[in-house]
Design a protein around this ligand. Structure first.
Ligand code: GLN
Length: 232
């Protein structure tokens, strides 16, 4: 792979959830972000082109299950449960959970989530992190379809706090400086997690993308893309 002419390249269908800046978000009608740049660079290395569609989170996983999608790229954390149903690339980004809250909610650590109304994106590690503190079926947790709806609920006061991925929480605050939203992490409660590109079980493409990601680490292109989005 890698040396074919553009017209010979196989087009892989990719699903994402594009309210997850800076990893994926809609910009002038197109999905943009760190994940998009990284996936395009990896596809180029591997000799594919990718067609990225904003399917949403649940439909992305359903599309991978049914093999209508070849790839899921959405800041998806690699974990044992998901590994039972999907294949993952080598890790491409380290993350952890972070708490966002409305000024005045007085949250200093994860334990302060107790007794608060918490918003999460349904089926994400933010939900699992919150459940780790307040219990799995806690009625204090409201689950939203997208990260955007979760932030809206926080902004409108429907919830007092939200738990999401660190870079996404920080990006929201950066993009909404007048929102009165603050953030706090908790290294004791929230463990490191790692994003991977998701494939249907047994996908023939995993090997090529693993190799491509490793090449991007070695040839400096990963560092370039990282710098573009995270500035260091
Ligand atoms: N990294 C988190 C997870 O995999 C959130 C991903 C997302 O919301 N796009 O659960």
């Amino acid at each position: 792979a890698g040396k074919e002419k553009a017209e010979d390249k196989k087009v892989l269908q990719v699903g994402t959830e594009a309210t997850f800046a800076p990893f994926e978000f809609m910009d002038k009608g197109k999905v943009s972000g760190f994940d998009v740049d990284l996936l395009n660079a990896a596809a180029e290395e591997a000799g594919y082109t990718v067609n990225i569609e904003n399917t949403g989170w649940d439909a992305m996983f359903a599309g991978l299950q049914s093999k209508q999608l070849d790839i899921g790229m959405a800041g998806v954390t690699i974990n044992d449960k998901r590994k039972k149903s999907y294949d993952f690339s080598v890790p491409y980004f380290e993350s952890t959970s972070m708490i966002a809250f409305k000024e005045g909610a007085n949250i200093q650590s994860a334990q302060d989530l107790k007794g608060k109304k918490i918003g999460v994106q349904n089926g994400t590690t933010g939900q699992f992190a919150a459940e780790g503190v307040v219990g799995k079926n806690s009625s204090s947790i409201s689950k939203y379809e997208t990260a955007a709806l979760m932030f809206q609920a926080l902004q409108s006061g429907d919830v007092e706090t939200a738990v999401t991925d660190i870079a996404v929480a920080l990006e929201y605050v950066k993009n909404n400086p007048k929102s009165g939203i603050k953030t706090v992490g908790d290294d004791k409660e929230f463990k490191p997690e790692y994003y991977g590109i998701v494939f249907p079980k047994g996908s023939e493409y995993k090997k090529d993308f693993d190799q491509a990601l490793n090449e991007l680490y070695d040839n400096g292109k990963y560092a370039e893309i990282y710098k573009k989005w995270f500035g260091k």
